[in-house]
Design a protein around this ligand. Structure first.
Ligand SMILES: C[S@@+](CC[C@H](N)C(=O)[O-])C[C@H]1O[C@@H](n2cnc3c(N)ncnc32)[C@H](O)[C@@H]1O
Length: 325
């Protein structure tokens, strides 16, 4: 059984691809969407009319930047740590505002994509040259272990874009618990949550007419071809997002149209697909106020502020650690 023997891997991507394509049902982690090509495709997604999440969160931050800045900067300087910063489009609204008011702060973007972090730092150097930036290239898990080191002064942690929806609910609680464990009395956590709404609007956001989200998902196959010497033909897969209202989650799949064996050179492994067999590529959980408060309670957090767009399509919540007084 060649496929089942113990192996050593050069990196997490190899190990996770091997495990995910050997599993039944097959799955790949959505964090692997984001290489340079994936980052560029995600920027196109953010500009799509169907993908309302980005525009709504931008509106919320733009409309509330003054209040947010006052809340964060009360009582002195702080460190602003952002998980999954991406291109920082929405964060820059806040950064520009804080900078213009000469608030004493340092910005620490965290992202698994080296390309995204590099582009963000380059653009900040152009637009806010004297801003103090301390980037981290790595996974959330890797940087979570360093979060407690930011304790000399107050810290604000950002988690925008409804990235929290990419976790299962259990994993979201665990992630928030780990953040909470690093939070002192004055620290705050700002999280963006896409809200439950008409299932058609949610589905359309992940099934745009131009096919950009399909290309974004299929970039996973192309990335395995580029980095692992895999031989996937993306045209033999159908991109298939489904919205399950009972669990309030979009689940995205790549479904093989044919029986096929795809050789992956770096793993010396053939991924075998039955006709119509799927690879689960992403979860995008949707929330409402009760589900957010339940999540917070399970993680030991308490809500201090809620910001919403006019239609309650999207909301940003600020939390504090409920276990420190
Ligand atoms: C959906 S994009 C959102 C970007 C930005 N927060 C926004 O709202 O526009 C997700 C970002 O998180 C990063 N990311 C995803 N999973 C990650 C992980 N496990 N660890 C670190 N970064 C991750 C991706 O590289 C990407 O830049």
């Amino acid at each position: 059984m060649k496929n089942a023997r113990r192996r050593s891997f050069n990196n997490d991507f190899e190990a996770d691809v091997f495990a995910g394509l050997n599993a039944n049902p097959k799955h790949l982690n959505s964090k692997y969407f984001y290489d340079a090509q994936g980052d560029a495709l995600f920027q196109k997604i953010m500009a799509l009319s169907e993908y309302y999440l980005c525009a709504r969160e931008f509106d919320i931050i733009e409309a509330n930047k003054r209040k947010m800045a006052e809340l964060f900067s009360a009582g002195g300087g702080f460190d602003l740590v952002e998980f999954g910063a991406g291109d920082g489009k929405k964060t820059k609204v806040l950064l520009r505002h804080l900078h213009a008011r000469q608030v004493d702060f340092k910005y620490c973007p965290v992202d698994i994509s080296e390309n995204a972090v590099q582009q963000l730092c380059d653009s900040l150097k152009q637009t806010l040259p004297d801003l103090r930036v301390e980037p981290h290239i790595g996974t959330y898990a890797q940087v979570l272990t360093k979060l407690a080191d930011y304790r000399e002064r107050k810290k604000l942690i950002l988690f925008l874009g409804s990235n929290i929806g990419n976790f299962t609910l259990d994993a979201a609680v665990s992630f928030l618990q780990q953040i909470r464990a690093s939070m002192g009395r004055d620290d705050r956590l700002l999280v963006g949550f896409d809200q439950k709404k008409h299932p058609q609007r949610i589905l359309d956001a992940y099934r745009d007419k131009a096919g950009v989200t399909e290309a974004f998902n299929k970039n996973l196959l192309r990335r395995m071809n580029r980095e692992l010497g895999a031989h996937f033909d993306p045209d033999t897969f159908v991109y298939w997002p489904v919205y399950q209202p009972e669990e309030s989650v979009i689940k995205s799949y790549l479904v093989s149209k044919i029986a096929q064996q795809v050789y992956i050179e770096a793993l010396d492994f053939k991924a075998c697909f039955q006709p119509w067999e799927s690879i689960h590529t992403e979860n995008s959980q949707k929330f409402d106020d009760p589900s957010i408060r339940q999540l917070a309670q399970q993680a030991g957090l308490v809500v201090t502020e809620v910001f919403s767009d006019a239609n309650s399509d999207y909301r940003n919540y600020i939390f504090r650690n409920s276990l420190v007084i």
